[in-house]
Each structure stands twice: as structure tokens, then as C-alpha cells.
Design a protein around this ligand. Structure first.
Ligand code: ADP
Ligand code: GLC
Length: 482
């Protein structure tokens, strides 16, 4: 049996702000249980749902030096849906109402999490062959592992994988503060290690010290070697190109299944969507105060409202698009200016635009099921799960050709009658608008072709199975290097 430890800040169903949680929550379930025992370590956030807190069992506790203090580290555990979870408990660090609060406080919290997770391992009756780290919050693990932990033979030969879900977030702060908080010696704060433009950069440390690096699509793995997408680390990505690979995310096909989903208004499948899917649209229109019209094209957006998602393109042409025979439903939270922008359009175009500015899983399901198209014009997109969910629900994605969007949405070709969605290449509002309008024409004027695109979209397989195999190969290869 090969032992894998996932360490992450988010995981469905316990804590989620974005796709990271979906991936950490679903990938372990899809590894072959005959060969891999994959367990997950998370922070024990006080805001976690009481239902899950009631399922926790005390495992152990100890005291650990960190940031010039000696701190309590509790470990609680739980079996859930076939996976063994461990939760690192210290309410000074994780007693809060959201997982991220800003720098440098988050460096302090997640530095503690990394050190505590590593320190806890020998007390868990489970020695990992591979520690799989996700994003900057866990990037100190490969660094710590290389440092003082080597004094204990338990840690010898444990391999590390660093998965980059989003290169934009690196955790950068001044060297003096970071060094003092995380307690690493001067040795690590040079430009070939954690130093970055005179500051300290945690993600950089994780990338330098991990044995393998992955990101969540092939195109993004290529893009981040270039300055436009490299977020200042493109040189490092090129230097480690040999150890970097792109493995596209899957989605949980049980959770996202229009045929069995008990949250959506009406179930449908690839055979009966022509007669059944529209019922989800009219029910959604009714619920959200849109004009109820089964024929009107409804475009959905479910997203964190940040620059990454290309919302400035939408802002630029929204007035023009609202002259067309389309409706928009937006579900998201994030930057205030985008929240207000969508509120504004909902006010201006009542009956045509609705802005639901909050986080809600159930409404997300209803939107994926009820819309005709899903708009995702991202500036960059490491993978993107929303377009995969949309494909599964026969809601045609309209995307910009970047990262995972490029790898997973095949643009409609009217001559070959092929493709699963619509796409444009330049980060340009009018290019986006032209693509939306092209989709409108197909929807209104060539409905049978539109329906054939839906058939192809729903037939695509973005479940985890093939990607999980690629992770297994990576683990096997790393373990064989011992
Ligand atoms: P990212 O991780 O960059 O936010 P992804 O497309 O990978 O983007 O994943 C986003 C996930 O979060 C999807 O499962 C999407 O449905 C969900 N999501 C985003 N915003 C909301 C919201 N306001 N309410 C419910 N689900 C949301
Ligand atoms: C990040 C990326 C998104 C990706 C998700 C899961 O949040 O922004 O593109 O799908 O991580 O890997």
C-alpha cells in the first residue's frame, strides 16, 4: 500500500471558497483504494458546520515551538465518505469566520498549520510516502521538511508534490517578518530559494523544494512558463519545467449529475433534455424574479467576483448585451466593485438581469441546470470547474481560450458540426460580445444544431478517473525514486 497525505486549507464539504475545495474533496476518493491509502489534513476552523464538528474524534495533542512561543496542537479525526481526515486544532489560529484574512496574518496562520501538520504525522499511525501540498497555504511543508525535520529519521525519503491551483496567490511579505514568524534560518532567504524581489515568497519556497510540481491543466502548465501568466515566477517554472506537469481537474460526477441531482427543479439526461431541461429555466426565472419565458436565452455566471474571471470585459459591454434577447443570472461574491456592478445592472435591467451576491451551493446547482449558456471569459484560468459542471448539465460554456478553459471546451464549428461550446481568444470585450452574439444566433436560429452541441457536451467525460490515474502514475514514479 502506498500512503499519500493531502495537506490543504480547503476541502469539500468542510470549507470552501473556490475550486480548490472541490479538488481536495474529490480527488482522494478516486485514487485506486487497492494501492493507495490517501488521507487529508486540514485546519480545524471554528466556522465549520456543527454537523461535521459533532463527527470529530480526539486523536492526540502536543506542544510545538513556533513564532517564539510554545503552542498547543490538537489533532481531531473523522472518517467521512470513505476518506480519513485529520484536523489541526488551535483556536488562536483557526477560530475565525473565514479561511483567509490577508497578509501577513495568513502567513502566520498557515505557517503554523504547515509545521503542525508535519509535526503531527509521527503520532498518526500513518507514515506518508508522498505529501501532496496544495497552493501557497501548504508551500512551507517541502521547505520545513528539507530543514529541521530531517533530524528525525521518520521524515527521511518522504516525497513531496506541490500543486499550483492558482499562481496569482504566492504569500509575499518582507523577509525579516517572515523569517521571524516561520522560524527558518537565513540560508533560505536568497534569490534561488524563498527570496523574491527582496521579499520572502512562500509559494516560491514550495516550488523550489518539492520533488514534483503539478498544475491543473496542460495549457496552464505551459502558460506559466511565460511572463504574461507567470506572475513573476515564469523563470522558476522554466527552470523546473522538467518536474512540472499539467493534470486537468475532474469533477465529482455523483455530485454533479442532472439525472439524479435532488436540488434542481427537474431531472434530465442526455436523452430527454430537449423536453425536460427548460423546466429548470422557467422555475429559476420565476424564483429569481426574471421574466418567465422558456424561449429566452438565459446566460449564467457562478463565480468568485475577482479580476481573474474577466468581469471587466462584461462590465464594458453589458449595456449592449442587454439590448439583445437574453437574460443574465449572476451568483457570486468577491470584490465590491464587481458586486456593485452586477447589482447596478440588475436594478437597471430588472426582469432581464438578476444578481445574487452571496455564496449558495443549492442555487449554483439550479443555475447550472436552468441556463442555456454559461459565461466565463477569464483573464487566466488554471483549470476552471464551472465550465466542466456546465458541460455536464448541457449548459453551453462561452469561454476565453486560456488555461483549462482551452483544454476542456471545444469551440463549435458550424461546418463540421463539432464542438461543445463557444470560445474567443483575445482578452477583448468586443471579441467576447461577438462570441456571445454568435451563440445567440445558433440558439435562436438553429436550435437543432444547438441541441446537438448539448448532446456532445453532455457526452464528454470530465469525471476524475483519467486524471486520478495520472496522479497515481506520478506518485508511483516518485516512490520508485527512493
Ligand atoms: P475558482 O476556483 O477559481 O473559484 P473554479 O471554476 O475552479 O474557480 O471553481 C469554482 C467553484 O466554486 C465551482 O464549484 C463553483 O460552482 C463554485 N462557486 C463559486 N462561487 C459560488 C457561489 N457564489 N455560490 C456557490 N458556488 C460558487
Ligand atoms: C483555482 C483556479 C481554478 C481551478 C481551481 C481548482 O481556484 O482558479 O481555475 O479550477 O483552483 O484547481
Amino acid at each position: 500500500m502506498k500512503n499519500i497525505f493531502f495537506v490543504a486549507s480547503e476541502c469539500m464539504p468542510f470549507v470552501k471558497t473556490g475550486g480548490l475545495a472541490d479538488v481536495v474533496g474529490s480527488l482522494p476518493k478516486h485514487l485506486d483504494k487497492r494501492y493507495f491509502d490517501c488521507r487529508v489534513i486540514l485546519p480545524l476552523f471554528s466556522f465549520m458546520n456543527q454537523r461535521f464538528k459533532d463527527m470529530l474524534r480526539y486523536k492526540t495533542h502536543f506542544y510545538m515551538d513556533y513564532n517564539w512561543n510554545n503552542y498547543y496542537v490538537g489533532v481531531q479525526e473523522m472518517e467521512y465518505d470513505g476518506i480519513h481526515y485529520y484536523f489541526i486544532d488551535n483556536q488562536d489560529f483557526f477560530g475565525c469566520d473565514k479561511p483567509y484574512a490577508g497578509m501577513p496574518y495568513d502567513i502566520y496562520r498557515y505557517g503554523f498549520f504547515c509545521k503542525a501538520a508535519l509535526s503531527a504525522m509521527p503520532n498518526l499511525d500513518f507514515r506518508p510516502d508522498v505529501i501532496h501540498c496544495h497552493d501557497w497555504q501548504t508551500a512551507l511543508i517541502p521547505v520545513y521538511l528539507n530543514d529541521s525535520f530531517q533530524a528525525n529519521p521518520y521524515y527521511h525519503n518522504i516525497k513531496t508534490v506541490m500543486t499550483i491551483h492558482n499562481l496569482k496567490f504566492q504569500a509575499i511579505w518582507d523577509v525579516k517578518t517572515v523569517k521571524s514568524i516561520v522560524g527558518l534560518p537565513d540560508y533560505y532567504f536568497t534569490p534561488d530559494k524563498l527570496e523574491y524581489k527582496k521579499d520572502a515568497n512562500l509559494l516560491k519556497g514550495g516550488i523550489v523544494y518539492s520533488d514534483a510540481i503539478t498544475t491543473v491543466s496542460r495549457t496552464y502548465a505551459e502558460e506559466i512558463k511565460m511572463p504574461y501568466y507567470g506572475e513573476g515566477l515564469d523563470g522558476l517554472m522554466r527552470a523546473r519545467a522538467h518536474d512540472l506537469r499539467g493534470i486537468v481537474n475532474g469533477i465529482d460526477y455523483n455530485e454533479w449529475n442532472p439525472a439524479t441531482d435532488n436540488i434542481i427543479y427537474h431531472n434530465y439526461d442526455p436523452f430527454n433534455f430537449r423536453n425536460e431541461k427548460w423546466k429548470n429555466k422557467t422555475a429559476l426565472q420565476w424564483d429569481l424574479g426574471l421574466n418567465v419565458d422558456s424561449n429566452c436565452m438565459l446566460i449564467g455566471i457562478v463565480s468568485r467576483l475577482t479580476d481573474q474571471k474577466g468581469l471587466d470585459l462584461i462590465a464594458y459591454v453589458m449595456d449592449e448585451l442587454c439590448q439583445d434577447a437574453v437574460q443574465f443570472v449572476v451568483l457570486g461574491t468577491g470584490e465590491e466593485r464587481y458586486e456593485n456592478m452586477f447589482r447596478h445592472y440588475a436594478w437597471k435591467y430588472g426582469g432581464k438581469v438578476t444578481a445574487q451576491i452571496y455564496y449558495n451551493e443549492a442555487l449554483a446547482h439550479k443555475i447550472y441546470a436552468g441556463c442555456d449558456a454559461f459565461l466565463m471569459p477569464s483573464q487566466f484560468e488554471p483549470c476552471g470547474l464551472s465550465q466542466l459542471i456546465s458541460l455536464r448539465f448541457g449548459t453551453l460554456p462561452i469561454v476565453r481560450e486560456t488555461g483549462g478553459l482551452k483544454d476542456t471546451v471545444e469551440p463549435f464549428n458550424e461546418y463540421a458540426n463539432s464542438g461543445t461550446g463557444f470560445s474567443f481568444s483575445n482578452y477583448n470585450a468586443h471579441e467576447m460580445m461577438a462570441t456571445v452574439r454568435y451563440a445567440e444566433r445558433i440558439y435562436y436560429d438553429r436550435r437543432e444544431q444547438w441541441n446537438q452541441i448539448i448532446e456532445r457536451a453532455m457526452a464528454r467525460d470530465f469525471s476524475w478517473w483519467s486524471s486520478a490515474l495520472q496522479y497515481q502514475e506520478l506518485y508511483d514514479w516518485l516512490i520508485s525514486q527512493m
